[in-house]
Design a protein around this ligand. Sequence first.
Ligand code: ZN
Length: 357
Amino acid sequence: MNQKNDSAVSLSVLLRDFPKVELHRHLEGTFPVKKLYELSLKNGIDAPKEFDDFIEFIQFPRDSKPDFLTFLEKFKNNWYRSYEDVYWITYHSVKDFINDGIFYIELRFSPEHFSLENDFDRGKVTRLIVEAGNKAAEETGIVIKYLLTFNRGKQSEDEMIPLYNKLKKLDLADVVGIDLAGDETNFPPALFKNFFDLVEADGLYKSSIHAGEVSPSRQIWESIDILHAARIGHGISTIKDAKLQEYLKERHVCLEQCITSNYQTGSWPDEKNHPMGELYRKGVPVTINSDDPTIQGIDLTGDYVKAVEYLGFSIDDLVELNLEAIDYSFNTEEYKKSLKSRYLEKVRHFKEKHKLS
Ligand SMILES: [Zn+2]
């Protein structure tokens, strides 16, 4: 192994250990490959029976050109045959997060995705996912909260509202937000105004809206002004809109950016010049996230390696970014304060272990 490879390996080992706060990861995109393979065989799913072929089946192809639809096609919702399957795959997904250095995570999932194929009870599924995730988090010592995802291409707001009303009655304290995901090009923010007005009026949850991933910056403005977004998923087109950059700073709205995902979906052509570096240096609120590690074939640590190697982030920058991510988490100010002091304690251990001053 040459010197360059040596340093790449040690950087990856170092960053795997680095304590991370993550605000944008989809449960549907983070199943451990081996566990999903096991589930597929157990349920006799129409998927490759050879493990290597199975990996190819579920992951974005390594040699493929970036493409949003190829990426979206990798989300399948027919893996589950019982409530136990949903619990099991959630538990094992969250159990794995500790190997990615997760300290705090806001994990998002779509109750509809897990329920549709078998017409499971959406409330029961939501409760089970939170229970399974909390059990795994407790066993590994990470902190977890949840966002409920609604898919804009699959449901109208007239369908979303009764589902939301049903789910909020579960009164799950660890559910802290609502996420709008899916095809942003054909389903712009204005179509969901009534739904997000209701969420805002209820005051139970904050909202994170996928916007400006493959759509122009206008959709980011609309997500904030019409849908009351407290955070924006991706927000890549911000780089082309100086006024929006100022608006995000003024309104304290943060962009949840995802280097690998943004490349694979075709929303940004060049990982080495991902806009996160420039936005960070301009003081625009940004955070580093994985999005869908299993589909992407890389985890959050892999994205941290890219942030350091390509975008020039130092360890101190990363600490600052993670402290800011706690600020942008959907928690009370008091809880954020306690998270920050626990986070800094983790950083102190990390620096001691790796002899960093
Ligand atoms: Zn996403």
